[in-house]
Ligand binder design. Structure first.
Ligand SMILES: CSC[C@H]1O[C@H](OP(=O)(O)O)[C@H](O)[C@@H]1O
Length: 351
């Protein structure tokens, strides 16, 4: 949990309670979500965000819709359509549809059964992060002695994962074990999840960190200021290609060139066997205004057009290892029988 009492997201009897991430770090505003429209609005404007967190929102969204259907007298077809709206609220993170799929089949046994399934799903999402942190920290400490300097992108902490975090969970675990020297945080334009959210979480955890402009990332790696890059994921294709926040691909190219390990930390629910390669991952495109404006204030001249991909695709051959709550995947595809990426672990023969 991000706060004692104020969870990043939790179910409270008949509604979702969550922190509005759009106003952090300067305001800690709690949202109370009681309708499908309110949930979709929170997801689309990133008040609720982060792949595992979207999984939790999808699971709880089924229960929210079912309760609203009872109050409003929706037909079964209307209920199904409203649940589908939740499932499709953002296209790239597979976790949203995964969360819906975890609970929807239980709904035939009643709302109470679906509520139990949803709350259990959220607890599983939270519990997986500690495992990911342990496994990722253990993997990194085999690569280097002493305390590590880690470079990360976007936000992958409790705000994105319900509790602890994925990539930030690995970083927090290294800190707990006395094996972390510093964290380099990419600001992560255009919505600044790094400077607004990751710096806020690291400061609260008492973890030393430095913020860098996104464009500085490759040079920071070339200067040898990091021993490893650890990022999250929104969807991992069967062959190991990874969709993550825009800017990840460039960082992976730079890490590969600098021969620095590039680790992806994500739960098994982010791996999508139905998506064969990164070419099949839907990449969300968001409003041009997110690029031409900063914090709602126009920076670019009037009539400036923008291209706003919210994610990019990092090919498997640039990823040293994928760490989940169950395994470390290196040099082989996450889904057996898919195209195996080249082995790019530091020191491996170059592909
Ligand atoms: C562990 S969260 C994974 C992923 O989600 C973030 O995207 P967004 O802030 O748009 O929800 C970012 O890609 C994180 O790396």
């Amino acid at each position: 949990m991000v706060h004692a009492g104020d969870a990043a997201l939790e179910w409270r009897n008949d509604h979702i309670s969550c922190i509005d991430q759009t106003v952090l770090p300067h305001e800690e505003r709690q949202l109370s979500i009681t309708t499908v429209d309110e949930l979709i609005d929170a997801i689309v404007r990133l008040a609720i965000r982060g792949a595992p967190m979207l999984g939790a929102a999808g699971a709880l969204g089924v229960v929210l819709a079912a309760l609203q259907a009872e109050r409003s007298g929706w037909s079964p077809e209307r209920l199904r359509a409203e649940i589908d709206r939740v499932r499709c609220a953002r296209p790239t993170a597979v976790n949203l549809e995964w969360g819906v799929a975890e609970v929807l089949p239980v709904l035939r046994h009643g709302v109470a059964a679906a509520e139990t399934a949803a709350v259990t799903t959220v607890a599983r999402i939270a519990a997986a992060n500690r495992e990911i942190g342990d496994r990722g920290a253990a993997y990194l400490t085999t690569l280097r002695d002493g305390r590590l300097r880690v470079h990360t992108h976007c936000n992958t902490g409790a705000l994105a994962c319900v509790e602890w975090g994925t990539a930030l969970g690995v970083i927090r675990t290294l800190h707990e074990r006395g094996r972390l020297a510093n964290v380099i945080v990419d600001e992560t334009r255009p919505l600044l999840q790094g400077s607004r959210l990751t710096c806020w979480e690291l400061a609260r955890a008492g973890i030393a960190h430095q913020l860098v402009p996104d464009g500085a990332g490759p040079f920071v790696l070339a200067q040898g200021l990091a021993d490893a890059v650890v990022v999250g994921a929104d969807r991992i294709a069967a062959n190991g290609d990874v969709a993550n926040k825009i800017g990840t691909y460039g960082l992976a190219l730079a890490a590969h060139h600098a021969r620095i390990p590039f680790l992806v930390a994500a739960p098994e629910s982010t791996i999508d066997p139905a998506t064969p390669t990164g070419a099949s991952i839907p990449v969300e495109r968001r409003s041009e205004a997110e690029v031409t404006h900063v914090a709602g204030r126009r920076v670019a001249p009037e009539n400036t057009r923008a291209v706003n991909f919210a994610f990019d695709i990092t090919p498997a051959e640039l990823i040293t290892a994928i760490v989940t709550e169950r395994r470390v995947i290196a040099g082989e595809p996450p889904v057996r029988g898919s195209t195996a990426p080249a082995d790019v672990r530091p020191g491996a023969a170059r592909p």
